[in-house]
Write a protein that binds this ligand. Structure first.
Ligand SMILES: C[S@@+](CC[C@H](N)C(=O)[O-])C[C@H]1O[C@@H](n2cnc3c(N)ncnc32)[C@H](O)[C@@H]1O
Length: 383
């Protein structure tokens, strides 16, 4: 069957690689999604194992509609009793890019009307809507006149790994953090530092990656568990096989932050998944941080002007980051994600690689700096 894994802009390539890794066929990266072919086992594996997918969709009905009535009629042409019974509940998520259909919630309403009317006409009863916890979650994707209705096999978004207990301001989305670690080229062995780790998302995703730990292992329910063809035995087999592949390498992963509360939250997350021995945490400001190992990788998500540093001097702050990298982290590769590309220039290093990612709607640069022995001398020479 043809399936679609949704992701964020910039992560399509890593997601495609992940899909190939679990045995998906005809993998094709498109805009913020990857299309692929797979059977039920692949669908279950995708939900359990993909780090950079937000949800996995199974398209079931394609049509074109130029107005509300056509939309209603086309939805009604599909035999909904093949998908659900009248006793089950449904929810509809609209994704609309169209000049004809300008209100996405109205599209969802029309679609819901068509489905419930079909049941009422055939069976005299109608299924109800449950936005929070439906038996069947549907997605309607409408681009101009072209509509695709899909079954959402994931249910709750796959970024919810289940390790977050406390709250921290501006945490990265787990899918984005996993994507950053995978894009960075971290080899899962070299020391990894997040010196402004906040709630520790980058570190948690790095540990899971290094251990081959399935990101969906703690998720209690998936959309496909409410489907008519749910195969519990197959799901248990997929989970057992994935658990057997978890490894326990010795990791050198370090997280620090100037804020003690952030470190408390990060520690609590690590405890949730019993990763407390895999990450060394410390409450230290970056200005005073010293590396334990002479070589390694830094991945960091410093505060952005828009989000966290409105009143502070962002220029000085990014200058401090640059100085600290150049003076203390020689031998390291450093990746920095920020929406403030102007501020990033104050790091004073030439990026070796520049990637475009989105963090909660903010366009960000994810830049790689190579801090080698000559970096400092070169900078002094050119001043
Ligand atoms: C955008 S948040 C990082 C969020 C994190 N990636 C997460 O997923 O939760 C930026 C973090 O930088 C920390 N921070 C700000 N200035 C710092 C400094 N000088 N040294 C170390 N940490 C600092 C803040 O306390 C905050 O937790």
């Amino acid at each position: 069957m043809k399936l679609i894994a949704k992701t964020f802009h910039g992560l399509e390539g890593v997601l495609a690689e992940e899909l190939e890794g679990i045995g998906a066929k005809e993998v094709k990266a498109v805009n913020r999604a990857v299309e692929f072919e797979g059977d039920k086992e692949i669908l279950y594996k995708a939900n359990l194992q993909l780090r950079t997918a937000i949800r996995i969709l199974l398209p079931i009905h394609h049509f074109t509609a130029k107005n509300d009535q056509e939309l209603y009629d086309e939805v009604k042409k599909f035999d909904w009793s093949t998908i659900m019974s009248v006793h089950e509940t449904l929810a509809i998520d609209p994704v609309v890019f169209s000049e004809i259909f300008t209100h996405s919630q109205y599209v969802a309403l029309k679609m819901k009307d068509a489905i419930v009317d079909q049941f009422r006409e055939k069976e005299g009863k109608r299924p109800s809507v449950d936005v929070e916890n439906p038996s069947i979650r549907l997605v309607i994707h409408l681009a101009k006149e072209k509509a695709t209705i899909s079954l959402d096999s994931s249910g709750d978004s796959l970024h919810k790994r289940g390790y977050r207990t406390g709250h921290h301001k501006a945490p990265l989305n787990e899918v984005l953090a996993a994507g950053m670690v995978m894009l960075s080229g971290w080899d899962k062995k070299m020391p990894l530092i997040d010196p402004m780790c906040g709630s520790g998302t980058i570190l948690m995703e790095a540990v899971m990656l290094a251990k081959n730990y399935p990101p969906g292992l703690h998720k209690k329910s998936f959309g496909f568990m409410g489907w008519k063809d749910y195969d519990k035995k197959l799901w248990n087999k997929v989970v057992d096989e994935a658990k057997e592949k978890i490894t326990h390498p010795r990791l050198r992963i370090f997280g620090s932050d100037a804020n003690i509360k952030a470190i408390d939250v990060a520690r609590e997350s690590a405890l949730q998944f019993r990763f407390n021995r895999d990450i060394s945490f410390s409450v230290t400001s970056f200005e005073r941080l010293e590396p334990v190992y002479p070589k390694g990788m830094i991945i960091m998500n410093p505060p952005y002007g828009e989000r966290l540093m409105k009143d502070k001097d962002i220029v000085d702050f990014y200058r401090m980051i640059g100085n600290q990298l150049k003076q203390t982290f020689i031998g390291y590769d450093a990746w920095v994600i920020t929406s403030d590309k102007e501020a990033l220039k104050n790091v004073g290093l030439k990026p070796l690689q520049k990637l475009k990612l989105f963090n909660g709607g903010l366009e960000c640069g994810f830049h790689k700096f190579n801090i080698y022995d000559g970096t400092m001398k070169k900078i002094i020479k050119f001043r």
